[in-house]
Ligand binder design. Sequence first.
Ligand code: SF4
Length: 347
Amino acid sequence: MKSDNKNIRHLSLPALQEYFVSIGEKPFRAKQVYEWLWLRHADSFEAMTNLSKELRQKLNEHFVLPAVKVDTVQQSNDGTIKSRFRLHDNHMVEGVLIPTDSRQTACVSSQVGCSLSCKFCATGFMDRKRNLDFDEIYDEVALLNQQALSSYGKKLSNIVFMGMGEPLLNYKNVLQSIERITAPDGLGMSPKRITVSTAGVAKMIRQLGDDKVRFNLAISLHAANDKKRSEIMPINDSNNLKELIAALNYFYKATENEISFEYILFKDFNDSKEDADELIKIYRQVPADLVNIIEYNPIDNARFQKPDSQTAEEFMEYLTKHRVNARLRRSRGKDIDAACGQLANKG
Ligand code: SF4
């Protein structure tokens, strides 16, 4: 990447039109290039074959196109595909394609590493290196979409921002990437098929409400009282459950978008009847549609274990008996470290 040149994907269509006029080209060229960049997902100027060689050369001299590249791909026995993506500065992030009979879900990263240090998460043991730009997040989705088409013959149906990083600490880029992902001249996906997952940055959850976003929100809850939550998620010290509940109600009032909770079960930590009672209490205070109960996937550094399946099922039954819409999510891609909480650029 030539460091002085501007990233062409950071130009809006009107700015691109202005550029073409300034070099004596017809404004419609801007639309052609914009289409190559977003709709056709070209990863180089050379690929823009309906432009003259001279024009491609000119673009090359004035701009850079730092497209994300697939570095390595691993496929799980259950069909889950984990990809490691190389960014222009050689940082790596991971993304996962999770196929089921009815869905092709992409799980994408929003930061290189993470600053929130959740105690059960492999990414939390890495430092946060930098935020991803919106075009880099877009690339992840577009590349996973290509994978879905080539491996399973279907386009992506859903996107979850549950990979590496805290999306709400990279707010502007995440929102801008979703604008491009949902734009008709981008990937044209419905915002209702997109879920942003947060560890609970209350101020930014309110901001989502103020910005009237149209995508769904998932909260990584994982413990339903402040003491336990702070023990495993340091962010709870500055964003406690009371603040989180107030922010979620604010968000819902402003947008009426779906809210769900993610709750990983840890053996002898948050899997008792008392824990379930506390979870039910929180659920009743938030207009949440769903609680996803997630099987824990052990990672090297963490002290937690997964409960036996009977405990997990009893926990589920107890929630259901108390009219909580809960679903037990068996993890996918465990054999390739692609499951929830396992993304850490191993190797
Ligand atoms: S769970 Fe999410 S917020 Fe917590 S450390 Fe991992 S990536 Fe960061």
